[in-house]
Design a protein around this ligand. Structure first.
Ligand code: SF4
Ligand code: SF4
Length: 83
């Protein structure tokens, strides 16, 4: 599936354990990445210092659901299950 414009749930809901530029310890679950723009885009998109985990992440119906709220719920549940 194509990433849903204006969503950004995957840049907020999950924890990221690898370093992110400006967030050397990664980020906790529920905290927006500092590179998430106001229009829910990645400020590091296409740049070499974009974390590999972000490069590898793809939009899928199982993770992204039918709406931003649905994606948050699914990603929170996954975070809890894998904590
Ligand atoms: S959760 Fe899915 S739809 Fe939302 S921004 Fe991330 S990849 Fe795109
Ligand atoms: S670096 Fe970009 S894709 Fe990765 S969490 Fe931050 S805003 Fe999202």
């Amino acid at each position: 599936m194509d990433c849903r414009p204006g969503c950004g749930a995957c840049c907020v809901a999950p924890s990221i354990s690898s370093p992110i530029p400006g967030m050397p310890g990664g980020k906790p679950a529920g905290v927006p990445c500092i590179h998430l723009t106001d229009d829910a885009l990645c400020g590091l998109f296409g740049q070499p210092d974009r974390p590999a985990v972000c490069e590898a992440f793809s939009a899928t119906p199982a993770l992204c659901g039918d709406s931003r709220e649905d994606a948050f719920a699914r990603l929170r549940a996954l975070e809890t299950a894998t904590a």
